[in-house]
Design a protein around this ligand. Sequence first.
Ligand SMILES: C[S@@+](CC[C@H](N)C(=O)[O-])C[C@H]1O[C@@H](n2cnc3c(N)ncnc32)[C@H](O)[C@@H]1O
Length: 399
Amino acid sequence: MKSGRSIPGAYRAESALTVNGYSEKWLRQGFPWVYPNEVTAGRARPGELVRLLSPSGVVLGTALADDGWIAARRFRDDDGPLDAAFVRTRVEAAWALRNGVLPPETTAWRLVNAENDDLPGVRVDVWGTQVVITLDAAALSPLLDPLADAVEALLAPSAILLAWRPDPREKDRPTPPPRVLRGASEAEERVTERGVTFLVRPGAGKDVGLFPDMRDNRGWLAPHWRGRTLLNLFAHTGAFSVAAAKEGAETVTVDLSQGYLDRAAANFAANGLPPGELLAEDSFKALDRLRRQGRKFDRVLLDPPGHSHSKDGTWSGEQDYARLVAAALRVLPSGGWLIAASNLGSVSPHRFQGMLVNGARKADRRLRMVHDGSQPPDFPAALHFPEGRYLKFVVCAAD
Ligand SMILES: C[S@@+](CC[C@H](N)C(=O)[O-])C[C@H]1O[C@@H](n2cnc3c(N)ncnc32)[C@H](O)[C@@H]1O
């Protein structure tokens, strides 16, 4: 695939793609993607700048063409240039949205949230002194230098890294490893979230080790931990467990991966805390064993991935959630809290609630929502981009 053309001083589209009426309607509402079956005329190489035209020839914007499941990502709704000054303006607007809304003692946050900040396919994450630019596709490479320049001018980071976001819809596209674009990158960086320390690896692609989009949900829970027991399932590097232990909870932390649990232990240690129980196990198996042992927990937290495979079976966040809720309720006493999250964009908040209701029904219990959370302000969800609000985070008291 040819792409990677850099942006000269004034970079205007020479080619054009004509889209159908359906795409025109969405583009006019602010939706930034054109799908291949919506293009009715014109061709462009991936990474080529194109003008988008309505069926009647009206300019609908300027986009970068691609050859995957998206045919073009629109960056502006006129036919102006996509140059360094334009990219800098967008990054500065994203910074203005974050400035003053992050909690104190918080050094891991998102500067650019892709489509939701009018920079489709582009994420910029700050990990302490380092910054990672993550692109959805090689077709976005022309933006790299102007993005790095804008980030450097705003934040003067010690290193800027480039990572690629694998897309499950494009399994055949190779995802190159992350690399350092500028400066010198330390493999491990110490960041804080409301004063809680986490050790992250900015250059590790999807294994950085912290999900800052959960920050406000951890913040909401903070006053509710003292003297409670927490069973944290699908715990990854233990961020919820560490935040809970810091507030006085006793924790049992479960993840399939011993590697992630080793990192959880290091996160506990970084905060001067003992690690509690760490169990390298399938969450369903752990729930079954804990139930047979008669153990109960004041809070059970479920934050599974969309999909996973293990020797104990396959997990699907769409198919299996109700079964997981039912199993979790068997170790949750009456009055305990079920804390359930899903980051699947394909599952609406309404549908997610239905999954919880089904799970409760299977276990012959009832749930009452005491908190409905989502993403923090540095992960804004553009209302004209339905995929932008992906995170569901529901706290329910169980009867
Ligand atoms: C979305 S991450 C959880 C994020 C975590 N709650 C946090 O805030 O950092 C999903 C985790 O589930 C783990 N996992 C996947 N399938 C599992 C299973 N069947 N049982 C236990 N853990 C599993 C993965 O290893 C991964 O660490």
